[in-house]
Design a protein around this ligand. Structure first.
Ligand code: HEC
Ligand code: HEC
Length: 250
């Protein structure tokens, strides 16, 4: 289980000089490869939207973004309660992602139709034995999961792209939050809302409470968030092999 300490994260982002100018080809290439690795399976390879994430090329927020002022906080904080994981990335990588998203938007606006999302045919090309080895070995999946325990029959419950989405970033997993008020009082409950300004929880009596994020200290314990960190580590082959292996768990 990984606890994310997010308190005080606000305020780190600032415009890089010249960022509003045309990004360099190197920056777009780096933003593009990061996007494919960490964002594409939800938002589509061209940011044009996927099974689980909105079309960023038509997003109002992206349209209003200047040099990352709107997009960067979404990447850093995510919207965990809506299926968008937070990404703790260095500023240079965020700037490259922002540049890539704007570039895709420009391209999409100059094209008609022909959007491409996640490719379902890709799901069937892995090697189950290699996936099994990755699961118990390098991927360390077996530290939390068991093919005969919690994942038994997973491929019967979830198929194809649904299984892949759930493997890459499990949805609807409740995160816990512990908030320490300025008075020193500590409260914990289910994470109900989180952005860069506000932290909200539902306490044991299901009452909603929220605070300005700057005025309290808080720790979010989101057990499935490790999946977001794993995204940066998988190769395409790892994902295909894992999918092949998981599909044997019926
Ligand atoms: C597991 C799926 C998933 C992944 C991975 C993911 N996102 Fe998202 N993203 C979402 C969802 C779902 C939303 C919509 C949340 C909502 O409804 O408010 C979203 C929203 C956004 C938005 C705001 C769009 C708007 O109009 O409000 C931006 C920008 C964004 N994502 C960028 C990224 C970037 C960049 C990455 C990779 C670093 C990424 N996302 C990875 C699922 C994902
Ligand atoms: C630190 C613990 C941890 C690690 C490591 C981890 N996961 Fe998970 N995983 C979770 C949690 C927590 C959930 C959400 C379970 C739930 O929905 O109750 C989850 C959900 C899943 C699901 C969806 C299960 C379902 O029933 O919907 C799949 C598939 C999955 N993980 C595969 C993997 C794979 C493959 C790896 C290794 C590459 C991995 N996980 C590594 C904690 C972990």
């Amino acid at each position: 289980m990984r606890a994310l300490v997010i308190a005080g994260m606000l305020g780190g982002f600032s415009l890089l000089p010249g960022q509003t100018a045309k990004p360099t080809a190197a920056m777009l290439a780096s933003g593009g490869s990061q996007f494919i690795q960490q964002c594409a399976f939800c938002h589509g390879r061209d940011a044009g939207g996927g099974e689980d994430g909105p079309d960023l090329t038509r997003s109002k927020l992206v349209a209003e973004d200047i040099g990352g002022d709107k997009v960067a906080p979404v990447i850093r904080n995510g919207r965990p309660e809506k299926g968008m994981p937070p990404f703790a990335l260095p500023e240079s990588e965020i700037a490259a992602l922002v540049a890539f998203i704007h570039d895709r938007k420009t391209t999409a606006e100059s094209q008609k139709g022909g959007r491409r999302g996640v490719d379902v045919a890709d799901l069937q090309t892995g090697n189950a034995e290699a996936g099994k080895q990755y699961f118990t070995g390098a991927g360390r999946c077996a530290t939390c999961h068991s093919p005969t325990g919690d994942l038994k029959g997973v491929a019967t419950r979830l198929e194809g792209l649904k299984l892949e989405m759930q493997m890459l970033y499990p949805r609807d997993v409740k995160a816990k939050v512990t908030v320490t008020l300025p008075s020193g009082e500590t409260l914990s409950g289910e994470l109900a809302y989180q952005d860069e300004f506000t932290i909200g929880m539902r306490d044991s009596s299901k009452r909603y409470r929220s605070w300005p994020a700057r005025q309290v200290k808080y720790t979010v314990d989101a057990p499935a968030e490790v999946h977001a960190a794993l995204l940066a580590k998988y190769t395409d082959a790892d994902i295909h092999n894992l999918m092949a292996y998981l599909q044997t768990l019926r």
